[in-house]
Design a binder for this molecule. Structure first.
Ligand code: N01
Length: 534
């Protein structure tokens, strides 16, 4: 190892949106930073998720960096919701524009990060046999980056290819003339199924839980709208910063109560927000996320839409969700339910006929065998903690992060964990992250972390670490806020229920934008709740 490698102020894990901005801002503050990335290029989520139909569910003009005015002016999006290749191209553009790649090592998966208490430095090893020493480590490892590949009996016997949406081959997949099975009907399944159906000879969708989905209403980006926003981008960004989801300020959010609305008003609001599309549907009424009774009106509205769209009543019945709208992340689709009207597409309800496994020629359920040529797992991710739990992270006295989190993740502000000095997480559990527009949440975290590092160093101090009392209070607060809503009510990845054995904890924090004010106040008070030491 060269001496320079040893002199790192910050080692950043991951070169997605979080890691790229982390590197850029660390450099701006004069910190010596190095990024390690498992993939062969930048992009994170948008590098790995290349499945057909992958696109963002936050409008492209809002799902983008805002830290650089020239960048946000020069980049042109082509659609209201950007498709994956365009977001990846944007990431690559950012990497080039800010000359980021020279401090990113690609194809480099991090294996371990151990804190040396005597040296007050982290030692980080990689799969390639390297060791890096750094004063601070920042995990920009993403919230949805570790695919959940279910352990299904007989998978090794299946003769055809098996794909996971979150690890889609770079060269793409041609399903022309093929009989395809898709397992999973979350956002990835719901986006890819209509496109796979366009190619495949036949498509069988295996559904464990029916999901709510609202049409994305995607369309080419209106140049007049783009020009109007770019004329005063800062204004839209500032207004979005006041929204509970960090985006959507251009569209009215109705704070009224479903329960108090007349049937006509209810219908009108739901229909209006349905036409707005995707996640904006959640803004139809203020109490949809708070009360199960209120939420049920929204659920029934969506079920009626599904009944209208799907011609075969038996198939429609299987597609009707019985969970609260939003307790699993609401999906945004382009023709998902209509896909089931095509004669070569069929739906298998795994609640009716549980999955037995794969066999040589296809998928087997308790009602029989389905011969297919290829299987697609759209089975999601080990969310929020998955990437961190796969790295051997050890803090003070060799304590493992996986032990500290044995009952679920515990953090202070989603930024740090007691006993793990100088280790930060970007959009970690306990921060608003996945419940908001990820880009501004990432930028806010990166600003906090880089300022904290620079301030700690400038003060001649060596370490910064969350205090037990502050962490306990924060964890209690995050749970209390979450439990007062419908969000923890179903078996979603938000609560880790999709991963067998994972402790059931509502991991994100439902508190944007107050969270940003809290972080600002913590910083203004000399990093209150953190201990900084020489
Ligand atoms: O994953 P999911 P995803 N046997 O966990 C099923 C973001 N995202 O990749 O519901 C059979 O939501 C599982 O069934 P159940 C977005 O935040 C965004 O689709 O657990 N089925 C479910 O149907 C999203 O929420 C975008 O009963 C099994 C599906 O697989 C998050 O990523 C696009 C199974 C997994 O759904 C994750 O979405 C894509 C098994 N053993 C993703 N295991 C946009 O921006 C799991 N399932 C639009």
């Amino acid at each position: 190892m060269s001496e320079a490698t040893n002199q790192l102020d910050v080692l950043v894990v991951g070169a997605g949106f979080g890691g790229m901005y982390m590197l850029h801002r660390a450099r701006q503050l004069g910190l010596r930073a190095q990024v390690l990335e498992a993939g062969s290029d930048v992009g994170g989520t948008w590098y790995w998720n290349r499945y057909p139909g992958a696109r963002c569910d936050v409008e492209s003009l809002e799902y983008s960096y805002q830290f650089d005015e020239a960048l946000q002016q020069e980049w042109q999006w082509s659609e209201r919701y950007a498709p994956q290749p365009e977001i990846l191209a944007y990431c690559q553009h950012v990497a080039e524009r800010f000359d980021l790649r020279r401090d990113i090592e690609f194809n480099t998966r991090v294996l371990s990060a151990h804190f040396d208490e005597a040296a007050k430095r982290w030692s980080v090893t990689t799969e390639r046999g390297q060791t890096f020493q750094a004063q601070f480590v920042v995990m920009a490892t993403g919230c949805l980056s570790v695919p959940n590949v279910p352990e299904i009996d007989g998978a090794e016997r299946f003769k055809g290819p098996i794909y996971h949406t979150g690890r889609w081959p770079k060269e793409g997949v041609d399903f022309t003339g093929k009989r395809v099975a898709v397992l999973g009907t979350g956002s990835s399944g719901i986006q890819s199924i209509p496109l796979i159906a366009q190619q495949a000879k036949s498509l069988t969708v295996f559904q464990r839980t029916p999901n709510h989905s609202v049409p994305a209403q995607n369309k080419p980006l209106d140049p007049t709208l783009e020009a109007a926003i770019k004329k005063n981008y800062a204004d839209l960004r500032a207004r979005n910063a006041q929204e509970t989801i960090g985006f959507g300020a251009r569209h009215p959010s109705n704070q009224g109560s479903v329960l108090e609305a007349s049937p006509e008003e209810r219908e009108a609001q739901f229909e209006y927000h349905w036409q707005l599309g995707g996640l904006l549907f959640m803004r139809a009424f203020g109490d949809m996320g708070l009360s199960a009774e209120a939420n049920e009106y929204a659920a029934e509205f969506i079920r009626n839409k599904i009944r209208q769209k799907v011609k075969d009543p038996a198939t429609a019945a299987k597609l009707l969700p019985d969970t609260a709208v939003g307790c699993k992340r609401l999906c945004a689709d382009s023709g998902y339910f209509e896909t089931f009207n095509q004669p070569h597409v069929s739906l298998v309800d795994l609640q009716e006929t549980p999955l037995k496994g794969l066999y040589e020629d296809g998928v087997e359920t308790e009602s029989g065998r389905f011969e297919v040529d290829a299987v697609v797992f759209a089975t999601g991710f080990d969310a929020m903690t998955g990437a961190l739990s796969r790295i051997d992270i050890r803090g003070r006295a060799g304590q493992k992060l996986s032990d500290a989190w044995a009952e679920g993740p515990k953090t202070y502000l989603g930024l740090q964990v007691v006993g793990f000095p100088n280790l930060f997480t970007v959009t970690g559990p306990g921060s608003p992250s996945v419940l908001t527009n990820m880009l501004p949440s990432i930028e806010q975290h990166v600003r906090f972390i880089t300022d904290a590092i620079a301030d700690t160093k400038a003060a001649g101090l060596s370490t910064m670490e969350a205090q037990q009392g502050a962490q306990d209070a924060w964890v209690g607060h995050v749970n209390e806020v979450g439990n007062a809503t419908i969000y923890p009510s179903c078996n979603s990845w938000y609560v880790g229920a999709n991963i067998p054995g994972k402790p059931r904890v509502f991991m994100p924090y439902l508190g944007f934008p107050a969270y940003c004010e809290k972080c600002d106040a913590v910083k203004a008070a000399g990093y209150e709740g953190f201990e900084r030491a020489a």
